[in-house]
Design a binder for this molecule. Sequence first.
Ligand SMILES: [Mg+2]
Length: 201
Amino acid sequence: MGANKKIMKISNRVNKLIIFDFDKTIVNLNVNWRAVRKKLRDFCLSHGLDIDFNFPHPIFESIKKARHIRQDLLDIVKNEEIKAVKKAKPIVGAKEFLEFINKKGIKFIIISNNHSQCIDAALKKFHFPEPEIIKGWDNVELLKPNPQALRRVLEKLKISPEHCLLIGDSNDDLILGKKLGIKTLLINNFNNFKQLKQIIV
Ligand SMILES: [Mg+2]
């Protein structure tokens, strides 16, 4: 099935809610995660803790091991993300697309593994429309692709998965959509917001 046909099929069913990932989906945050990992590791070492922060260890799993300085490490991650907003760039067509669905009365939310304050700051910086809900790593018990947080949001909004569309950029986004039975599209070189705008009627 061609990409356009696939999008067409999805759009016919979306009338309630679009769920967006944040980084590399609507904004390119460009956090230097390698530098952040080194910063976390160095902070731990300065407190006598030898914790592996090398890729591909999930950062938050490593942070959990640093019990008594856990909050300091979380603050480092949060501050680095917020700092990155200064140099962040919006993804082409994202703002227009959000304004477009806003006008159509389609609600949207953001579910991301970035910090909610970083997401909020970037949305304000680029004058994006305000989402119904923002869920960042600081608002959830379990990170994406665990479906718990999104499942709870859908229950709260009383919207069933078949009336949703999930737009992301990563494999985690695909997994999340699959776990909840939500049609999922990835923004990449083949699918972009311009095409999506044309088919949401
Ligand atoms: Mg992403």
